[in-house]
Design a protein around this ligand. Sequence first.
Ligand SMILES: *[C@@H]1O[C@H](CO)[C@@H](O)[C@H](O)[C@H]1NC(C)=O
Length: 490
Amino acid sequence: MKNLDVFLIFLAIRIASVFLVQTYFVPDEYWQSLEVAHNLVYKYGYLTWEWSKGIRSYIPPLIIAFLYKILNLVGLDTAEVLIFSPRILQAVISSFSDLHFYKWSGTKKWAVFCLATSWFWFYTASRTLINTLECSLTTIALSLFPWPGKNIEDNSKFIWVAAFLFVIRPTCAIVWIPLCICHLLINKEDSFSVIIQRYVPIGLSVLCVSITIDSLAYGRFLITPYEFLKFNLFQDIGAFYGVQPWHWYLSTGFPAILGIQFLPFFMACLVVLKNRSNHPNELVILGTMVFTLAVYSVLPHKEFRFILPLLPLVFYVSSRFLSSWSRKASTAGVWVVAAVIFFGNAMPAWYLGMVHQRGTLDVMKPLREIAQKDPNNTHFLFLMPCHSTPLYSHLHVNVTTRFLTCLPNFNNVEGYIDEADHFYFSPIKWLRQYYPPNGVLPSHIIIFDNLEPFVKDILTRYKLLHQFFHTDVPLSSRIGKNVLVFEKVL
Ligand SMILES: *[C@@H]1O[C@H](CO)[C@@H](O)[C@H](O)[C@H]1NC(C)=O
């Protein structure tokens, strides 16, 4: 297939996903990117503690802010455009990385098929998550890596991309440490001179530029990768957001993000391990994956999206296996396998992309209309787990909002619980404290339906305005099947 055709196929799929994937995944998609960009351009937007402590690089939100600014200058910055345009931008970046994957894995049709049908990549490739950008850049760096037998002479390009990745997402080091060691071992030049002549100058240049940008954006001297490591490793803030057993990636995370494609990958691993001498690159890739999963398994806080950058590695191994298998297989066999992979991915892509957890996004449209109509008298109170919905990036009106926060225990206070815990422990007490009956009440209250019986007191002064389906399977006791919007009755 021609490169342009492959690019256009991927572009069509990724752009389609911008409109087909209509569900809420994780808070960071909005709160660590769009909200920050909105704050940069429009001077309102909620900055979470990550931004006051300076543990994130401003470079990714600056890219979105640049887009917002252009839209603002040409007068196209309606809320809908601000919501969709960053996703379209990420979709284009993801399509480029998909094309790089195609070239890297040997321009095989199965490479296109595996990547195009992957439910998890379909679900995430057009989201404004740092992990999505990380996965695209990882794929591009992998395609520039001087793999044995690939005749890639220039071996510094990938170092530039990996260095950039490190400054925006320090945890990418977990994937790149084994790959860089491998690079030093397979290199014809002396390792020491490669480090001195390439790694150090490239790393330092990228670091200097990023420190300059971040220090300007934060208004103080700051090395964000260092702050990130300080909070996540030394202070173990990550554990505040949940602790999973050590085997979670092996038993849940990794099989789930692969879905049905776990089977060809597993078979490919067997073939690679049996004929080790024929698959030097695959062995390096499997080693990298084992190392990455091992390190992530040791870290207490685990999430699906953290291992997203392993997908290109998985599909490199399994697509090459499938294409050598299909050369010997019957046509009918190939079609059956392709159909099983396609439908096995279509199910989770449809359910998780269109059904599961859509209410907290759907609710933003009526809230925006309320805010636009009467901004001065609008006050939204979100009685939900922190960051359950997007905020100003989707409202695009500077109205008063209040939501339950979930700040980690920065000062190691004994028996610390966050605001959301306080609220759920006793909703009535919390409401009496912040919204006494004779004080000013919010104009609208947004809750999950299962909270309704616990806040009946305050709701006697409200009427139900909207109800949105959220999910059939709430993932925690604080999440309900529907999202409700109540309006104060005057
Ligand atoms: C947004 O609203 C808040 C609270 O009313 C106000 O303090 C702030 O100056 C406003 N920001 C902008 C950019 O209008």
